[in-house]
Design a protein around this ligand. Structure first.
Ligand code: GLO
Ligand code: MG
Length: 345
C-alpha cells in the first residue's frame, strides 16, 4: 500500500475576487505575497504560475528583464521552501490572442502566441521548473465554420514543436477542456492531448494535466481519464476540483459534487503511488462569490482536507474483501462495500 506524502500546489488565480459573467468583483484584490502566505499556511510546497503571475507585465519587458524577474521569484519561493510547479503561457487575455493563440486565423496572432510561449519557457527555466502547462483556452471556435479543424490540428503540433525546440529539457503538459471560453475546443479530452503529443517532434516530452471538472464537462469520468494517462506514463499534473454536471466550469471544492468520484480519483492516484513520482497534487478551485474576503480561502483548505481524508479512505479500503467479491462477480456486494466504506461503516 502506498504511504508516500503528497505535495500540494495552487495557483494565484485560485484566490479570486468573485467576479462572474453577471457581476463584477466582490472582494478586494489579493496580492501575490498574500497568496504565498496562504499557501505556506496550508503547508503547500508548490505554486502554479501563469507566465505573467511570475513576471507581471512581461509583454513590456525584454527577455533579459523577464529572466531577471523570474530568478527573483525563484529566490522568493526558495526562502519559503517552495518551488514553482509549472508555468503556463496566458494566451487568452491579451488582445493578440482574441481568436485563439496557436490556431488564430491571424498569422500575426499565431506568431505572437509562439513568441509568448517561448518567453514562458524562459520564465520556467529561470524558476527552476521544466514543466510548461498548455491550457488551449481559445484554441477552438464559437462559429464552427470559422476555422478548419484539420489545419488547427497541424497548427497545434507546430506550436508544441516550437515550444519543445525552445529548450531541450522542457516538458509540456496539455490541459484539455472541451468548452469555455470557446464553444468547441480542438483538444477537448485527454485522448486528444495524448494523440497530439504522440505526433510531435519529441513525444517523450509531451504529457497531460488532468482537471477533474474538465473531464466531467466532456462527459467523462475523471478517474478513468487519469487511469488512461497513467497507463501511458503521461499524468504529469492534476487540477483536482469538482463540477456538478454539464454547465459552466464551476471549479468546485474537490469532492463537493461527487464524493465517490473524488474517492475514485484518489484511488487511481494511490494505486500507482503517484505521490512517490514527485508530481504535485494541484487544486484549481474557486471561492464562492458569496464568500466574504476574510473567508475566501476556505475552499483551498477544504479541498486539501477532503483529499487527505480520501487518501485515508483508500488506504483503509478492505481490498481483500473487494477482491473476493470481484472474483465472485458480485458487483452489487462491491457497490455496497464501497458505499458503506465511504459512509464510515
Ligand atoms: C480553466 C483552466 C485554468 C488553467 C490555468 C493554468 O478552466 O482550468 O484555470 O488550469 O490557467 O493554465
Ligand atoms: Mg485548470
Amino acid at each position: 500500500m502506498a504511504e508516500s506524502q503528497y505535495r500540494f500546489s495552487v495557483g494565484p488565480w485560485n484566490i479570486g475576487r468573485g467576479a462572474d459573467p453577471f457581476g463584477p468583483p466582490v472582494r478586494p484584490a489579493v496580492s501575490f505575497d498574500e497568496v504565498l502566505a496562504v499557501a505556506v499556511d496550508l503547508g503547500f510546497d508548490g505554486i502554479q504560475f501563469h507566465d505573467d503571475d511570475a513576471v507581471p507585465d512581461l509583454e513590456n519587458l525584454s527577455p533579459a528583464q523577464i529572466v531577471q524577474q523570474a530568478e527573483a521569484m525563484k529566490r522568493k519561493l526558495a526562502d519559503l521552501n517552495m518551488v514553482a510547479e509549472f508555468v503556463a503561457p496566458r494566451l487568452w487575455e491579451h488582445p493578440s490572442g482574441i481568436d485563439g493563440g496557436y490556431t488564430s486565423n491571424d498569422p500575426a496572432g499565431r506568431k505572437w502566441a509562439i513568441e509568448r510561449s517561448k518567453r514562458a519557457v524562459d520564465v520556467a527555466r529561470a524558476m527552476g521548473t521544466d514543466l510548461i502547462v498548455l491550457w488551449p483556452a481559445r484554441e477552438g471556435t464559437g462559429v464552427r465554420e470559422s476555422k478548419c479543424p484539420i489545419d488547427a490540428s497541424r497548427k497545434m503540433i507546430e506550436a508544441v514543436n516550437a515550444i519543445l525546440a525552445a529548450d531541450p529539457r522542457i516538458r509540456i503538459a496539455i490541459e484539455p477542456k472541451p468548452n469555455e471560453p470557446v464553444d468547441t475546443a480542438f483538444i477537448p479530452t485527454i485522448g486528444h492531448a495524448l494523440a497530439l503529443g504522440s505526433r510531435c517532434a519529441d513525444p517523450a516530452r509531451v504529457g497531460v494535466l488532468i482537471e477533474s471538472a474538465h473531464a466531467i464537462l466532456a462527459g467523462l469520468d475523471p478517474s478513468d481519464e487519469m487511469g488512461f494517462a497513467l497507463a501511458a506514463g503521461k499524468l504529469w499534473s492534476v487540477h483536482l476540483n469538482d463540477q456538478n454536471g454539464l454547465k459552466y466550469d464551476q471549479d468546485k471544492v474537490f469532492g463537493a459534487a461527487n464524493l465517490r468520484g473524488a474517492f475514485d480519483q484518489v484511488r487511481v492516484l494511490e494505486s500507482v503511488d503517484y505521490a512517490a513520482t514527485g508530481a504535485f497534487v494541484g487544486f484549481d478551485v474557486k471561492a464562492q462569490r458569496t464568500q466574504k474576503a476574510e473567508q475566501a480561502t476556505a475552499h483551498l483548505a477544504t479541498s486539501q482536507a477532503v483529499f487527505l481524508r480520501l487518501v485515508e479512505k483508500v488506504r483503509t479500503f478492505p481490498v481483500n474483501t473487494a477482491d473476493e467479491m470481484i472474483a465472485n462477480r458480485d458487483y452489487e456486494a462491491l457497490e455496497r462495500l464501497v458505499l458503506e466504506h465511504l459512509l464510515g461503516g
